[in-house]
Design a protein around this ligand. Structure first.
Ligand SMILES: Nc1nc2c(ncn2[C@@H]2O[C@H](COP(=O)(O)OP(=O)(O)OP(=O)(O)O)[C@@H](O)[C@H]2O)c(=O)[nH]1
Ligand SMILES: [Mg+2]
Ligand SMILES: [Zn+2]
Length: 308
């Protein structure tokens, strides 16, 4: 019996890292001892597992999934009640965004941040491709950083196409399990190739026509960093995990809105059009950023079903 960590999951096969850097293709046999979870994948990237080695085939057999500290879910489809675990045991989540090529909308960032907030996973915003930015883009980047720093999020800007000091980022990644998410084509995989040149992962130019990525990474995969720590590269999904949150608690995960909501007249205020709403007053006074409030309104309006 060996203890290992799942670094890739492609349906029924799992790649497990164990011992001193040994990798073994594994599968599940029989019933796994696990908590009840309605998911389509019982074992996910980041799971700590016990394996036995099948002497005949050389494959690993996963016999047990150890307790998870946390996990990030994604609904298989909007209508489905089944979810898929994207990753387990994550210390922090990076959201890589770009101002152009492709443009990452604020609402997308906020959806990611509230999901991370709900999972209690610290989120860090990485702004990539600064080499492409002119005056206008740099201004946009600046106001984005100001907006998120004001409410306590860490942001880092970087470029992978010019000599750029990646030391601050490496320090954050070192000895942690990090997940990296973001639109297709922002440069997630390119970053990993730079942090660990022996990886040689596939990346691709974004399409000239759509100015979007081509979804090159198709499965989440965990990579070991030579300086310590692991990073889970994810496919450029149009959204992070969906969390089971009630519509009435969405504002709990907008940290600055939540903080001020204690001053609303009604304890069940949703900050829409209730009288004496401290949140709306704060938005009017410019203390809460209007863009954040707008994301909140949009999420309240459109995601009625998804968040239940
Ligand atoms: N100019 C510029 N291009 C970059 C930078 N970082 C990445 N790119 C390019 O962006 C393109 C997409 O990069 P990928 O690393 O494949 O993007 P990804 O986020 O992994 O995309 P998916 O796997 O589809 O989710 C590649 O052509 C990279 O060379 C950067 O800092 N500046
Ligand atoms: Mg990729
Ligand atoms: Zn209110």
């Amino acid at each position: 019996m060996e203890k290992g960590i799942v670094i890739k999951s492609t349906g029924s096969r799992y790649r497990v890292l164990y011992g001193e850097n040994k990798v073994i293709d594994s599968y599940i046999k029989g019933k796994l001892r696990m908590k009840e979870l309605r998911t389509t994948n019982p074992v996910a990237v980041g799971d700590n597992v016990l394996i036995e080695i099948d002497r005949k085939t050389g494959s690993g057999i996963i016999t047990e999934v150890l307790d998870r500290r946390n996990y990030i879910l994604r609904k298989s489809s909007n209508l489905s009640r089944h979810s898929q675990i994207i990753a387990a045991n994550v210390d922090q989540a990076f959201l890589m965004v770009t101002i152009i090529l492709p443009e990452t909308p604020i609402e997308f960032i906020d959806r990611f941040l509230i999901a991370a907030e709900a999972y209690r996973i610290p989120a860090i915003i990485l702004i990539n491709k600064t080499d492409l930015y002119g005056k206008e883009e740099l201004e946009k980047m600046d106001s984005l950083e100001t907006m998120y720093r004001k409410i306590g999020y860490k942001t880092l800007s970087l470029s992978l196409k010019s000599s750029n000091d990646l030391e601050p980022l490496k320090l954050l990644i070192k000895d942690q399990v990090s997940l990296i998410s973001g639109y297709s084509g922002v440069g997630k995989t390119s970053l990993l190739n730079i942090l660990n040149p022996s990886l040689n992962l596939k990346t691709e130019e974004i399409s000239d026509y759509h100015k979007q990525g081509k979804h090159i990474t198709t499965f989440p995969e965990m990579h070991k960093m030579p300086f310590g720590g692991y990073v889970i590269d994810t496919p450029g999904i149009r959204g992070f995990g969906v969390v089971d949150m009630d519509r009435s608690e969405i504002y709990h995960f907008f940290r600055e809105i939540f903080k001020i909501s204690k001053d609303c007249r009604f304890h069940n205020c949703l900050h829409l059009d209730e009288p004496d709403c401290a949140v709306r007053k704060s938005v009017e006074a410019g203390d809460i950023d209007f863009l954040r409030y707008k994301s909140y309104l949009n999420i309240m309006e459109t995601d009625d079903r998804k968040y239940r």
